[in-house]
Ligand binder design. Structure first.
Ligand code: DON
Length: 580
């Protein structure tokens, strides 16, 4: 790691000067361009022993306190996740689902899959209206779009297998935050203001919970969430049964019945979180450990890394035309395979070994032209819409155990529906299933079988919580929100660390781009690819579109001396690290 740059970043952070002023002095191997990131409160921090980095500084502190009291990284991840359900309601949740990737100090790795499941009454045609036409409203914006939540079961499974301290101590900080209230931070105040006048409007319980009788909270005002506090108390006292059975389950099922949703108390009682083997890419001597299906993230990223291993990316230069070309061509190919093959592994088998093999990557490299785009075929599958709210957080403890968690309600605030009396927001994750069997069209629908809704099935995800190791040692914990852009965001942070040797805050802040096979367009963070490079890429046959920020990759890196370096992504206003 280039220590001079790191020292500069840390000194700058300590001095309170906006990080990017320091971070955009380009490293020798990188041609960096200042990105479109908003300069938030996020600051690089370094600590000798343990570290949590999340979208909410308050929630990071909850995890830090658990480790200070003897908990391990799993305990801290659970406490942070529970606290995020209070302080970061756009995506922190108990009403959604996600994935946890764990690496033990001895190098063994495992994952917890707590992706939502379709209720028993789900069927492939469930997102069509009475005329048989596909309905985006039913798919993404109705109580039919709610999957059976997985977060509480996932945390309970992780705790029962690998936790160290008592469950109730992990939920208690979230109970306190909800019951006693917390000062609304800047990002949340802005975001809730929009939600109250927007997607909460159809749900009186949401407006009641997250406003002062319809008036938005200002930054710094104290917000209390009493119904959520009582639900969290039931979870604290009864474990996962506090969510999946009894009062909470009854209230959720009652809301479903009222509004035409499908989830019953039986569906809740039958939810199962699963421990699954991770997928591990071997890339230039590093292990890149990530999530297996039902996330597409690990498989797609492995396919991309295997393709890219055949090129000297550092020599091409960061975000140079040649670099963008090669990375985009790897994205194009991996996203095509994602659409063709991936879904819930409990329902259909994908050729994972082949997709992740070096031989397959070598074969794919053969038709990547040195200086031309290879267009995606428009007659093939086109991707469906995805929204932009999820959250990722990273934890490293004193023993070197690392936990990488990405979880979500799917859209920001999920469906926007708080369960009356229970105080938590419902996901709209069923929107990640394909919309209508056999219908793949230019509006963005996919109709392939692997990801059609069926009872008990998990919808395909792009979440890519990831851990990087080398020679048996932990190197980094990485992940991001952002729908399909997640896979590409994590890929680029990993490339920034491995190929460009960037300090972790640079790796996180560096401008990113995205291509997902179809639509056949490169989107990039405004100013993130230099105008001359854009022109060169257009001459190679690419279409490019400048846009806003791509993801928020709250990450941790461990340096050669064992120091934990926390890098909250400056794109997230309320993000923060907490450490010893
Ligand atoms: O599981 C998925 O891939 C999506 N439901 C995640 C949504 C998402 O990341 C939106 N966020 N920023």
């Amino acid at each position: 790691m280039p220590t001079r740059k790191l020292a500069l970043s840390l000194a700058t952070a300590a001095g309170g000067v906006p990080l990017l002023l320091a971070l955009w002095a380009p490293a020798a191997s990188a041609r960096l361009v200042q990105p479109a990131v908003a300069i938030g409160a996020a600051r690089t921090v370094a600590a000798p022993t343990y570290m949590v980095v999340s979208a909410s500084a308050i929630a990071s502190a909850a995890g830090r306190d658990v480790m200070a009291a003897g908990g391990n990284a799993i305990d801290a991840a659970i406490a942070t996740g529970m606290a995020l359900a209070v302080t970061y309601p756009t995506a922190g949740n108990i009403g959604g689902g996600g994935f946890m990737v764990i690496r033990m100090p001895d190098g063994r790795a495992t994952t917890i899959d707590f992706r939502e499941m379709a209720p028993k009454a789900a069927k492939p045609e469930m997102f069509t209206d009475s005329t048989g036409a596909y309905s985006s409203r039913i798919h993404h914006n109705s109580l039919m779009s709610v999957g059976v939540p997985g977060t509480v079961a996932g945390f309970a499974l992780a705790h029962s297998k690998y936790g160290k301290v008592k469950w109730n101590t992990l939920v208690e900080p979230a109970v306190r935050l909800a019951a006693d209230g917390f000062d609304v931070p800047k990002g949340l105040a802005a975001s809730l203001g929009g939600a109250i006048n927007g997607k909460f409007k159809n749900f009186p319980a949401s407006v009641a919970a997250y406003s002062k009788s319809g008036t938005a909270y200002a930054m710094g005002e104290r917000m209390k969430l009493p119904d959520l506090a009582r639900t969290l108390e039931r979870i604290r006292d009864n474990g996962k049964d506090g969510f999946y059975r009894g009062e909470t389950a009854r209230l959720l099922a009652q809301e479903m019945k009222r509004g035409g949703g499908l989830i019953t108390e039986d569906d809740l009682a039958n939810y199962v979180a699963k421990e699954r083997a991770p997928v591990t890419a071997r890339y230039r001597g590093y292990e890149v450990i990530s999530m297996a299906p039902p996330s597409s993230g690990g498989v797609a990223m492995t396919e991309m890394l295997n393709i890219l291993e055949g090129y000297d990316l550092a020599k091409a230069g960061h975000n140079s035309p040649q670099y963008v070309h090669l990375v985009v061509e790897s994205m194009r190919r991996a996203f095509l395979d994602r659409a063709r093959h991936l879904g819930d592994p409990d329902f259909s088998k994908a050729p994972l070994d082949r997709l992740m093999s070096k031989d397959y990557a070598a074969q794919l490299r053969k038709d990547i032209l040195p200086d031309r785009a290879t267009p995606s075929a428009p007659s093939q599958i086109v991707q469906q819409h995805e929204s932009d709210e999820t959250t990722h957080y990273s934890v490293v403890d004193a023993s070197g155990m690392a936990v990488s968690v990405t979880y979500t309600l799917e859209a920001g605030y999920g469906l926007g529906a708080v369960v009356p009396g229970a105080g938590f927001l419902l996901n709209n994750e069923m929107g990640d299933f394909n919309g209508k069997p056999g219908v793949t069209d230019s509006t963005g629908l996919i109709g392939t079988d692997a990801n059609l809704a069926r009872p008990g099935k998990r919808m395909l995800s792009s979440m890519t919580p990831t851990i990087v190791a080398k020679d048996g040692k932990l190197v980094a914990v990485v992940g991001s929100p952002g729908g399909r852009t997640i896979i590409n965001t994590v890929l680029q942070v990993v490339l920034n660390i491995i190929d460009f040797k960037m300090p972790v805050q640079d790796a996180v802040n560096a401008p990113r781009f995205h291509h997902q096979w179809l639509p056949d367009v490169i989107s990039f963070e405004r100013n993130g690819i230099a105008p001359t490079a854009v022109t060169a890429l257009e001459a190679m046959g690419y279409r490019l579109r400048a846009g806003g920020n791509q993801g928020t990759a709250h990450s941790i890196m461990v340096d050669a001396t064992g120091v934990r370096i926390g890098a909250p992504d400056a794109r997230d206003a309320d993000a923060g690290a907490a450490h010893n």
